[in-house]
Design a protein around this ligand. Sequence first.
Ligand code: CU
Length: 146
Amino acid sequence: MSKAGLISLAGFYCLAAFASAATAATFDVSVIDNAFSPEEVTIEVGDRVRWTNASGGNQHDVTANDLSFASVTASSFTFSWTFNSVEEVRYHCTVHSFMQGLVSVVAAGTPPTASSVPTISTGGMIALIASIALLGLLVLRRRKEI
Ligand SMILES: [Cu+2]
């Protein structure tokens, strides 16, 4: 592999390591005639789910079984909800009771602390160490060539 290729690879691993740090995300669920797709999503605390009814057909809504949230009932809408605690929230469409979905909220990768320093996962740490080793090898090879 060329030096440029190795450097690109090292850069990629560095980016992958830092990208694995936890950040809030938005998960899309489509409201179709007559189901939620996907029916189940697993998200982390602080993440958001965005339901979009673009079916253009039947009227639907998104209503939590415990009524903690509810969208409008319409043939076209976008509804978002942010989940701030570990829980399993079942929801349904009040027009079509057989339309059911589940949001599983799990603990975030980064525990909420006073510090906002991002943590790196085990995989990210391995990638970071591999990147440093690769860069070290490149420096050693360059010195031998001089
Ligand atoms: Cu419906």
